[in-house]
Design a protein around this ligand. Structure first.
Ligand SMILES: NC(=O)C1=CN([C@@H]2O[C@H](COP(=O)(O)OP(=O)(O)OC[C@H]3O[C@@H](n4cnc5c(N)ncnc54)[C@H](O)[C@@H]3O)[C@@H](O)[C@H]2O)C=CC1
Ligand SMILES: O=C(O)[C@@H]1CCC=N1
Length: 265
């Protein structure tokens, strides 16, 4: 079921990326999107594209059917308090704030509201997000609305809220983790003789192809790795050296450190 008008509160990295993805998708018209941020300059590029822009959050949500809260977690309480008089339970509420759980959102907004926690990533600007969704269970119908919206902005999965911290680390922080691999490989490429631009192009296309190998076939990564690692060959020498230096262990420990950071607040 298609959403009507959308209001986005916060025009930073994620709020802006959501607008860009929505405009690219053509799923909703620019005139059906409103975005609010106290920083006027941040809003200019959106009004130039026909999006309704506001410095007042309440004005932005006035005609909205669905409100996306895209402010920092430490601004959520203040933003909801300010918005409360302009909200009503007909409006679906979506929060993308990391670490802010549904029970806190429900306490702040109201038991009668349909509230969703949604965790996208920055590739939402290209309709390539991995977006994890969980809701307070107040309406199956509105879950379909929220899922359909984010389906137009990448892939979605509906998960139990208890997995939302893990989803945040794997899918949202994951963009940065993956790009650190790309950057490290580029640095190696430059040391071996490529210019930085060429090293980036070769690395990025290689990573894209590797990911497609597992996405298109459903194969376990090791099955594709086995095809590359010639016995006594070059690749296994490199992989084993990476593992001696703690590659997999570093990645896992980094993920768990991020996970613990969410849990601790
Ligand atoms: N950056 C990322 O990759 C991801 C971020 N998130 C979550 O998205 C939320 C936003 O993060 P970012 O976009 O990275 O932060 P950001 O700092 O880039 O954007 C936040 C925006 O909110 C605006 N803002 C501040 N006070 C406001 C108020 N009272 N009313 C309206 N707007 C206000 C700021 O001016 C800023 O433009 C956070 O809660 C974060 O946990 C979720 C998934 C991925
Ligand atoms: O690092 C952060 O806190 C945010 C949440 C997920 C991605 N970035």
């Amino acid at each position: 079921m298609k959403v009507g008008k959308i209001a986005i509160i916060g025009a930073g990295n994620m709020g802006g990326a959501i607008v860009n993805g929505l405009l690219k998708s053509g799923y909703v018209e620019a005139s059906s999107i409103a975005i609010a941020d106290p920083r006027k300059q941040t809003l200019e590029k959106f009004s130039a594209q026909g999006v309704n822009t506001f410095q007042d959050n309440s004005q932005a949500v006035e005609t909205a059917d669905l409100v996306i809260l895209a402010v920092k977690p430490y601004h959520i309480e203040k933003v909801i308090d300010g918005l409360k008089p302009a909200l009503n339970p007909q409006k679906i509420i979506v929060s993308i704030a990391a670490g802010v759980n549904l029970s806190d959102l429900t306490k702040l907004i109201g038991e009668e509201y349909r509230i969703f926690r949604v965790m996208p990533n920055t590739a939402i600007s290209l309709q390539e997000s991995m977006t994890c969704i969980s809701g307070n269970g107040n309406s199956e119908e509105s879950l379909a609305v929220v899922k359909e919206l984010f389906d137009h902005l990448g892939a979605t999965v509906v998960i139990n809220e208890e997995l939302m911290a893990a989803a945040t680390v794997l899918a949202s922080c994951g963009t940065a983790f993956a790009l650190r691999y790309v950057r490290a490989a580029m640095q190696g490429g430059v040391e071996m003789g490529f210019g930085a631009e060429m090293a980036q192009f070769i690395t990025a296309q290689t990573v894209k192809g590797a990911v497609q190998l597992i996405m298109n076939t459903g194969h376990h990564p090791e099955r594709e790795i086995d095809k590359v690692t010639t016995p006594r060959g070059i690749t296994i020498t490199g992989i084993n050296e990476m593992e001696h230096k703690g590659f997999s262990s570093s990645v896992i420990q980094g993920l768990i450190a991020s996970f613990n950071k969410i849990e601790r607040g």
